[in-house]
Write a new protein. Structure first.
Ligand code: A3P
Length: 296
């Protein structure tokens, strides 16, 4: 009994075997047809892997660490979310992109095979951020509780199963991280890890800066590290998603800026769940060796 065109928990609809929110699936042909400029930069992630954090770092790097410029609008307006479609919690990516001139920074959660081909044809720079499966799952679980535009997470035990089967928005975490990993050298993708960013944020900010062919002063880099710390971003209304109405993102259920830590999975998985998950993980990740860390 929703009003037509309003937000609700959209069911997932498969696009080429990947479950996506209904509005994305419905408008898939225009998303697939999107053609970026060669100067556009793509930030790609599985949901909850550290997208917003990376977006903030990149925006600050591109604006010489100017905090005020980077507060010109909420993250989702500064950096369009390519595939998001109305009605959705944030403005339609394609609409926003039409109103912005390149070079643009663009966010996507699409697995590599669903990224519009223009990004590869134009040799756009692509930053991929990956987070260890267990923490990624925990973060997604809490996000699905608070985000009223995604399917209900259901009980924790069942959520683990859904994650393992890839029955969540944007599909299988396993396929996602492997897809970009296998192509990272051939397609010049900067492949980052959430855990590395937590361990040594300055090192990772410098890594991103070099990939973007920028060279900022040491004090500017220090400032960017400070401005993109969890604490500062949590209190920054232009980075913490509090601009979204409570009917869509209910931060009283779980804040978007929730904990920002490595290893919170151990507060959620029982030993039996952890063992079951690890056994399945070994099978799903058998053909690849991505150096994920579940603690730092
Ligand atoms: P938690 O739910 O574990 O706290 P995304 O931006 O891809 O949706 O990812 C959100 C996750 O990144 C959340 O994880 C959020 O708290 C965390 N995060 C956001 N900004 C961060 C920062 N500056 N430092 C550490 N973690 C951050």
């Amino acid at each position: 009994n929703r009003a037509s065109g309003s937000i609700y928990r959209f069911p997932l609809v498969e696009v080429h075997g990947v479950p996506l929110m209904t509005p994305i699936a419905q408008d898939w042909s225009s998303i697939w047809a999107f053609s970026p400029d060669a100067s556009d930069l793509l930030i790609a992630t599985y949901p909850k892997a550290g997208t917003t954090w990376t977006q903030e770092i990149v925006d600050l790097l591109l604006h010489d660490g100017d905090a005020e410029v980077c507060k010109r609008a909420p993250t989702a307006i500064r950096i369009p979310f390519l595939e998001i479609q109305s009605p959705a919690p944030i403005p339609s990516g394609l609409d926003l992109l039409k109103s912005m001139k390149p070079p643009r920074v663009i966010k996507t959660h699409l697995p590599i095979q669903l990224v519009p081909e223009g990004f590869w044809e134009n040799k756009c720079k692509v930053i991929y951020v990956a987070r260890n499966a267990k923490d990624n799952l925990v973060s997604y679980y809490h996000f699905d509780r608070m985000n009223q535009s995604q399917p209900e997470p259901g009980p924790w035990e069942e959520y683990i199963q859904k994650f393992m089967k890839g029955n969540l928005g944007w599909g299988s975490w396993y396929d996602h991280v492997k897809g970009y990993w296998k192509e990272r050298e051939k397609r010049n993708i900067l492949y980052l890890f959430f855990e590395d960013m937590k361990e040594d944020p300055r090192r990772e900010v410098v890594r991103i800066m070099r990939y973007l062919d920028l060279s900022l002063a040491d004090n500017v880099i220090d400032k960017i590290v400070q401005l993109t710390s969890f604490k500062v971003m949590k209190d920054n209304p232009m980075a913490n998603y509090t601009f979204i109405p409570k009917a869509v993102f209910d931060h009283s259920i779980s804040a978007f800026m929730r904990k920002g830590e490595v290893g919170d999975w151990s507060n959620h998985f029982t030993p039996a769940q952890s063992q079951m998950f690890d056994e399945d993980y070994a099978k799903q990740m058998a053909n690849v060796d991505i150096p994920f860390r579940t603690s730092i």
